[in-house]
Design a protein. Structure first.
Length: 113
């Protein structure tokens, strides 16, 4: 019988090792973000947010707009300055960005890196 007890102990230690290996799995990394500006105006009928930029922004980059109950991400597909389409915007500019959801004044705009 002593042999059986040793076997059961060795099985328990083996199962503990297996569970510790399962717990060692790392969770997925969260996307890094950089605050690049804030919404200063929103045109409801056009669904365009005017954003005052603190950092450069280009077409095709992903942004996150958050504030109040709103929190969404999207790819920048259309940007304008003074009704002229642009591909890149510089820091300090106010640009109109076509958005998929409503964005109010003061909402934060971040670039997803």
């Amino acid at each position: 019988m002593a042999v059986k007890k040793q076997n059961s102990k060795s099985k328990k230690t083996a199962s503990k090792k297996e569970t510790s290996v399962k717990r060692a799995v790392k969770p997925e990394k969260e996307a890094k973000e950089k605050l690049i500006g804030k919404v200063v105006h929103y045109f409801d009928k056009l669904k365009v947010a005017v954003v005052k930029l603190k950092a450069p922004l280009s077409l095709g980059e992903k942004i996150r707009i958050e504030g109040g109950e709103t929190d969404f991400t999207q790819t920048v597909k259309s940007m304008e300055v003074d009704r002229e389409k642009i591909k890149k915007a510089k820091s300090g500019q106010e640009v109109g960005i076509k958005v998929s959801q409503k964005a109010r004044d003061g909402y934060r705009v971040s670039k997803i890196l």
